[in-house]
Design a protein around this ligand. Structure first.
Ligand code: CO
Ligand code: ZN
Length: 327
């Protein structure tokens, strides 16, 4: 699974530009499911047929990034955010455009770095005039942040574990899952970072009996962090609430029961800010009972996010248990 995760983090797929990573996931899924389709927005929907309840599992393929809005006379790029990009975190980072062009994020001397807004930043792609820059990028081109994939201690540190960690866990659960009494849909969604957009149409298209998203969640276990009862390494987190959803009791309890039955450690998650695809899924049609399995992750939306390998492995076990459970 770590090998798959490493490959997944190698794709640059800012929201709305997920085709490349979708192709990779589609090829990986092929042997394990009955059918893989792509919906009009670009969501990848894999179906493993079964007679029982219709279950939808979702992980998002997109990542936060930058979009070129304007090219200065001297070749510097002005950018706007795709999703939750912090100017402070972006400053000094390298970025890669989809066509391979690289750049570094800088700012003028007028603003203290801590007060920087995205509009104070520019991207330097090594071009010295607008004409030269236009040979390399166009208005509307998108870039992702550069960040190596490393393993240290019992943890993985990489760019966009949000939500490649969820994608890797879902892919691995599909590989390991055997006979399920349920009708399973594995959905790799687009544009989560822009407001859960892909999950909205995917859930409507599938109209499942139950929905479960897989995503990262923040933790309260670093020095001086804001109190939160989730720690890296203490098992997958079962979402109770975030700003987009209150998890349905039937799904939340099924997740906890399954974890207990299989001896998997777990933690309850109440996330005060942020949302996940669960938020879009549960409001679909006449309403879909939904929950979320979260991977505790530090430094979310930075180029060096960190999670525990044991949490990834336990998330796979829990997911397989949920797929095979009688709902
Ligand atoms: Co995110
Ligand atoms: Zn996410």
């Amino acid at each position: 699974m770590l090998d798959t995760l490493k490959k997944l983090t190698g794709y640059v797929s800012p929201a709305g530009n997920e085709e490349n990573i979708a192709d990779y996931i589609k090829a990986e899924l092929g042997a394990y499911v009955d059918e893989v389709t792509t919906d009009p927005l670009g969501n990848l929907i894999a179906h493993k047929k079964g007679a029982g309840k219709k279950l939808l599992f979702a992980a998002h393929m997109d990542e936060i990034g930058l979009m070129v809005t304007y090219i200065e006379e001297n070749g510097f790029l002005r950018v706007s955010a795709l999703g939750g990009v912090s100017a402070y975190t972006a400053l000094g980072q390298r970025v890669t455009f989809k066509n391979g062009t690289m750049g570094v994020v800088g700012t003028g001397s007028k603003t203290d770095p801590k007060d920087c807004k995205l509009s104070d930043l520019f991207v330097d792609i090594g071009a010295f005039s607008r004409e030269e820059a236009e040979q390399m990028v166009q208005i509307g081109d998108v870039a992702g942040f550069v960040g190596d994939f490393s393993i240290f201690g019992n943890c993985v540190c990489s760019r966009c574990l949000d939500d490649r960690a969820g994608c890797a866990v879902l892919l691995e659960a599909v590989r390991q899952g055997k006979d399920s009494p349920n009708d399973l849909y594995f959905v790799f969604t687009v544009q989560e970072e822009l407001g859960l957009r892909g999950a909205k149409t995917a859930a409507f298209g599938v109209m499942p009996d139950y929905g479960i998203a897989l995503d990262v969640t923040r933790t309260g276990d670093t020095p001086d962090s804001k109190p939160m009862a989730v720690s890296v390494g203490k098992g997958p987190a079962i979402k109770v609430k975030d700003r987009s959803v209150v998890a349905h009791p039937s799904v939340k309890n099924a997740m906890a029961d399954t974890a207990e039955r299989l001896g998997i450690p777990y933690q309850w998650e109440v996330l005060e800010n942020g949302g996940t695809d669960t938020g879009a899924i549960h409001l679909t049609g006449g309403g879909i009972p939904s929950g979320c399995l979260s991977i505790p992750t530090r430094y979310i939306h930075s180029p060096a996010e960190l999670c525990a390998i044991s949490d990834l492995e336990n998330s796979v076990k829990l997911l397989v248990g949920l797929m095979e459970r009688a709902w």
